[in-house]
Design a protein around this ligand. Sequence first.
Ligand code: 0O2
Length: 225
Amino acid sequence: MYLILVKPKKTKVNELIKVENMVDYHQTLKVEDKTFEKLMFIYSVAIKELETKIEIFREESKIFNDYNLIEKVDSRIKKPKSIIHKMENRELQLTLKNMIEQMNDIAGIKIVCPLKKDIFTIKNLIQQLPGINILKEKDYVTYPKKSGYSSYHLIVEVPVTLSKNKFYVKVEIQIKTVAMDFWAKMEHKMKYKAQGEISKKESKEWINCAKLINKLDNAMMFLNQ
Ligand code: 0O2
């Protein structure tokens, strides 16, 4: 087998134009407009680019280390209704500028792994990916949210190359264990059913469940040392 090392071509950052140069940046957000469709397409390409890289980590770990580092990868583009809802909740004027600059999770990827320590391995692998910029990190694994929610969040900027232009696109990556994912899905479902209105007693119960999940994750990690 031959390995040919090619000196990487240096990409000038200014070759990568920002999404805002492609659209009338101050235009009002209208989901039925072609511009909105184009933007959502660019977000979907960013997801594909990242998913491919994550899939390679998954396969590599299986083949080289006999270990399933990644159980599952899910992705989604936020629904237009949810984008508008979130912007309204944040009292943001409905412009493309605000959507592009302020909304970090229009493109979202969730990586589910077996053990808590895998979360940090995956995060380090993503951080080392060439061309990907890390904009924000939230460690809800070491410091869970008040609700009990636990996960590692990264907001990254992914270069997307189309025929005429290159763009940097924001993607939110959530990394969590199978147990954390189970908790988050159940709690989200319950909050959705109750339209966000849950009693103090219920919310205490969810925090207790999150603590149990954390104990389980720690025990699993100990057993798999
Ligand atoms: P959906 O429908 O899942 O997309 P940001 O602008 O991203 O820095 P944000 O959005 O407040 O600020 O970020 P945060 O707190 O990191 O949460 C982002 C996402 O994490 C949420 O997206 C949820 O998916 C998940 N999340 C956060 N807290 C909780 C929680 O208490 N319970 C559950 N089940 N999930 C949580 P969205 O937009 O709320 O919803």
